[in-house]
Ligand binder design. Structure first.
Ligand SMILES: [Mn+2]
Length: 376
């Protein structure tokens, strides 16, 4: 029996305007270009590994944003792998509508685009059935599955949808119904986070979302992958192959205990040195600090003090206003006594974890007392 090798991707959203861009508009084209580079790299991977099947599980080309330049680019890429059979199951962002690029443009012979009803194709040399369906429009509440094939050797479903979400308006896929099918692998798209499910049915069906190969939002941090799968008599195995061009990383740094700009820059620098100089870093400063109120330009000053090899930093000040402890301490009242007592205890504490808890307790106590004053 043959071993079937395939690459499964989804949710490229090529053409979609960049969301949450944190740098100047003049440079947003760089990010757009990176999404295309990622697709190009996927095609190169398929070519170099002579993969016979490429499965694209929807949200491939963003509806309404596919310019003729983008279409030409995609076409040229697909033409680089004429020996690979390419299957596309349109998603809610690239539905198989009359005004879609899928219906309006011509596609190479090795590309098969599924319409809005299930179809099953058979490849005798691999003993493989592939069933697929696409969105006909921007939403689809009605769940359905293909007609099961009896005695099929290998069977793959390719579809864009919401697994386990029975009320979804984006093609619900019901676990119980799917369990009754003798399918080896369900290649899904829609959820941007990579995930895999295993059904406890006869074939031990594997259901898989590869996630976005290039981050589309700040929720999609870290390295992104394509999925390289194989099916043989032992079953399905999946390999994740890093494919993203550049990573988004979101970092929270607590600066409560940093009292000078130098101290803050040291802490921030040591954190960002852990990351690639190529990464897009969104840094959120949290904790207690009075810097923002005392110096309006402090963030600009801070940025200038950070390692210059990191060119893509975005620093956001989310700190809460700190208290002027020196001043409070001198007050001859309950607050002054409280600050004095807490500072003594913090100074005496040698356990770093307990020290942090005491520091938090100091600020929470001050918050509570402040509220009480307002209430009186
Ligand atoms: Mn998507």
């Amino acid at each position: 029996m043959h071993t079937i090798s395939f690459v499964h991707i989804a949710d490229l959203h090529l053409g979609e305007p960049i969301k949450g861009w944190k740098w100047d508009k003049e440079r947003v084209w760089i990010r757009q270009e990176e999404h295309q580079q990622t697709f190009k790299r996927i095609i190169t991977y398929v070519k170099e590994n002579a993969i016979p099947f490429l499965l694209i599980a929807g949200d491939f080309l963003e509806h309404g944003f596919v310019t003729s330049v983008l279409y030409q680019f995609v076409l040229e890429q697909l033409q680089r792998i004429p020996d690979t059979r390419i299957f596309i199951s349109p998603g809610n962002h690239d539905p198989y509508r009359e005004d879609s690029v899928y219906q309006q443009e011509t596609w190479p012979e090795n590309v098969y685009i599924f319409s809005d009803s299930w179809e099953t194709l058979y490849f005798p040399e691999y003993h493989l059935h592939i069933s697929g369906r696409g969105f006909g429009d921007f939403s689809d509440r009605k769940n359905s599955l293909p007609i099961p094939i009896l005695d099929a050797n290998y069977h793959i479903y390719l579809v864009h949808g919401d697994f386990k979400e029975e009320q979804s308006i984006y093609f619900p896929i019901i676990e119980k119904d799917l369990s009754e099918h003798d399918v080896d692998y369900v290649a899904l798209g829609h959820i941007h986070k990579r995930q895999t499910y295993l059904l406890k049915n006869r074939k031990g069906t594997i259901i898989h979302y590869p996630g976005t190969p290039e981050a589309r939002s700040w929720k999609e941090t870290g390295v992104r992958f394509l999925t390289h799968g194989t099916i043989d008599e032992k079953g399905v195995s999946l390999e994740k192959v890093p494919i993203s061009t550049r990573k988004y990383e979101q970092i929270k740094i607590n600066i409560t205990n940093q009292l000078s700009l130098n101290q803050i820059s040291e802490v921030v620098s040591s954190v960002i040195r852990e990351f690639d100089t190529n990464d897009y870093l969104a840094i959120q400063l949290v904790g207690r600090s009075a810097f923002g109120t005392e110096d309006k330009n402090w963030l600009i000053k801070l940025e200038k003090m950070l390692p210059i090899e990191h060119k893509w930093l975005f620093i956001e000040d989310l700190t809460l206003l700190g208290y002027d402890l020196k001043k409070l301490k001198t007050e001859q009242n309950f607050v002054g006594t409280f600050v004095q007592l807490m500072e003594t205890r913090i100074a005496q504490e040698t356990d770093q974890k307990k020290k942090r808890i005491l520091q938090q307790a100091l600020y929470r106590g001050l918050d509570a007392m402040e509220k009480e004053v307002v209430m009186q």
